[in-house]
Design a binder for this molecule. Structure first.
Ligand code: SF4
Length: 564
């Protein structure tokens, strides 16, 4: 690797605590790639935990790779260097395993960019040597990895912790004279593994998917594998750097999954059933972490439902630690804990009503009332909060103009309440109104629902922005509808979408040109109200029982959309 690039890597490493460097000799080597920038990857607890889990083994080593920062990418291109890992600056093609941890569909493109920089053939069928084996984990592997299915040798649906460790065990015990195909196929009947080459999509002439056909040797559908007892797998960031969003704290996962089943959200079905880490196990981790940081970020899709949250907060404070809640949504918290947190910390209040009207909140299965939302804010008026952040979605199924107007009137009422309690000084708690476009995700009741067009989403955003143009202290931030549509396409995509991704790269990462040069119809993937008989590209990853259960929840919404 050329010197300037080596310097850029060394600068990052020099600011880290907990970097692990091992000799390759005799060990199974894993290049673990986060397909986005270092700044983002180093706050991803799943990615960091897998790195730590592999490196705890004496017989394996794990090094990291990220999407090169713009300066690094320029250096790579100009010097003709190969894409390398951060720790030893070894080209990833020399590792036994290249594992991509993919948390966001929009990063699918980056997976292909990184393989191109590493000079590795993107299609599994074109890689003839046994190593490197390409695997995919992360939440995207659990709901619809199909756009990248032809890239990976093996995909890990589920937590991935057991899957990666057993995969390494099998490499250690493998007879290297056996074929790559035989090695991979031994995982096909185990939970936590999906072998894409064992399935083939079948299309009708109109491009509709009729089946994802299993290979003749197929015996068992892929199954997700979930860790039932979180205490068995510590999940704490032991590799620290100030060069990331949560760089001043140690992240600890305290719960996984969510029991709330909001109709648009993948968490309830894709993270396994809701479970939480014991207070004792968390405190053990805190004791170790106190050697490095005073502040602890408690992580979980829904930590508000941890049954011993109060006890945990008291225990951490008792040890002199501070607590942060990087993802806490206060609308889910019990009032006594809410009060306790607000008394002790200067926080941003984050509320996610998601929809403006009670009708629409009922429909998305988030039945928080207008009164509850206002009560939470009024109760916190006298505490030390600095900012209120409100999350709403637009483009939800059956949404009418009135639902958008209800978002606006709710926010105006909240602002009025702040002004009257804070003696007409609303600037004491400015409001950030975050508008997000609804994307119908696999493994949710809304997987059959259509997405709204970019044009309509833009109109709604402009209407909301205009309504607050003259309002001081209400800051409207929003998704870019075009990117939401691309997210929808990738989340719902099948194997044909890979051609589109390659076309985008071939056209200098220009999505418009990339889409125009393929026959992929984005509206076909994103904007149809599908009926009960729709075949999804992820059907073979989902049990029939789950699909029927999700349909029963969606059916009333489908009927309403059909009547419109
Ligand atoms: S949106 Fe939040 S509360 Fe609803 S299911 Fe997802 S994680 Fe749970």
């Amino acid at each position: 690797m050329k010197t300037q690039l080596a310097d850029l890597f060394e600068r990052k490493l020099s600011r880290e605590t907990g970097t692990i460097r091992k000799d390759f000799g005799g060990r199974v080597s894993v290049a673990l790639i986060y397909p986005n920038y270092y700044y983002l990857g180093m706050s991803n607890l799943g990615f960091l935990s897998i790195y730590q889990s592999i490196n705890k083994r004496n017989d394996a080593l794990c090094e990291r790779g990220f999407l090169p920062d713009p300066g690094e990418e320029t250096e790579l291109v100009q010097t003709g260097s190969n894409y390398c890992t951060l720790e030893s600056r070894t080209p990833i093609s020399r590792f036994n395993i290249i594992g991509f941890s993919v948390s966001f569909e929009i990063d699918y493109l980056n997976v292909l960019k990184i393989l191109r920089m590493a000079k590795i053939a993107p299609l599994a069928k074109d890689r003839y040597q046994f190593f490197p084996l390409l695997i995919m984990g992360g939440i995207c592997a659990s709901y619809n990895p199909e756009p990248l299915a032809d890239v990976f040798d093996v995909i890990f649906p589920g937590d991935g912790f057991r899957s990666i460790n057993l995969f390494i065990d099998k490499i250690i015990n493998s007879n290297e004279t056996g074929s790559k195909e035989d090695f991979i196929n031994q995982f096909s009947e185990l939970p936590g593994y999906y072998i894409p080459a064992q399935f083939e999509p079948v299309y009708e002439k109109n491009a509709s998917l009729t089946q994802v056909k299993p290979a003749p040797t197929f015996r068992k559908s892929p199954e997700h594998e979930w860790i039932s007892n979180l205490d068995d797998f510590p999940c704490m960031s032991e590799l620290l750097t100030p060069d990331t969003e949560f760089g001043d704290m140690i992240l600890i996962e305290i719960s996984r999954g969510c029991p709330r089943n909001c109709s648009f959200c993948v968490i309830s079905e894709c993270y396994g059933k809701f479970r939480f880490r014991s207070v004792e196990a968390i405190i053990n981790q805190i004791d170790r972490g106190l050697n490095f940081r005073k502040k602890f970020g408690l992580i979980g899709a829904n930590i508000a439902d941890h049954p011993k949250l109060q006890e945990l907060i008291d225990a951490i404070h008792g040890k002199g630690g501070q607590i942060a809640f990087p993802s806490l949504r206060l609308d889910l918290l019990k009032p006594d804990i809410l009060k306790r947190i607000s008394e002790e910390m200067q926080i941003t209040i984050t509320l996610a009503p998601e929809a403006g009207s009670e009708r629409l909140r009922q429909l998305i299965n988030k039945p928080i009332s207008q009164q509850q939302i206002e009560n939470i804010i009024i109760n916190l008026m006298h505490s030390r909060f600095r900012k209120i952040k409100l999350y709403f979605m637009i483009g939800l199924p059956t949404e009418e103009k009135q639902d958008i107007e209800d978002i606006i009137s709710m926010v105006k009422r909240i602002k009025h309440n702040i002004a009257s309690i804070h003696k007409r000084k609303p600037h004491s708690a400015p409001i950030v109104l975050s508008i997000n476009c609804f994307v119908p995700k696999p493994f949710t009741p809304f997987q059959w629902a259509p997405m709204e067009s970019v044009k309509k989403l833009k109109e709604k955003i402009n209407f909301i922005k205009k309504s607050f143009k003259k309002e001081l202290f209400v800051d409207v931030i929003h998704d870019v509808p075009k990117w939401a549509l691309i997210q929808g396409l990738l989340a719902r995509g099948d194997r044909k979408v890979l051609f589109l991704l390659q076309s985008v790269i071939d056209h200098g990462n220009d999505w418009n040109k990339g889409i125009a040069h393929t026959n992929v119809n984005t509206a076909f993937y994103t904007q149809r109200n599908r009926n009960h008989d729709e075949v999804f590209s992820w059907d073979h990853l989902m049990s029939e029982e789950m699909k029927q259960r999700l349909w029963r929840k969606y059916d009333p919404v489908y009927q309403q959309l059909e009547m419109k």
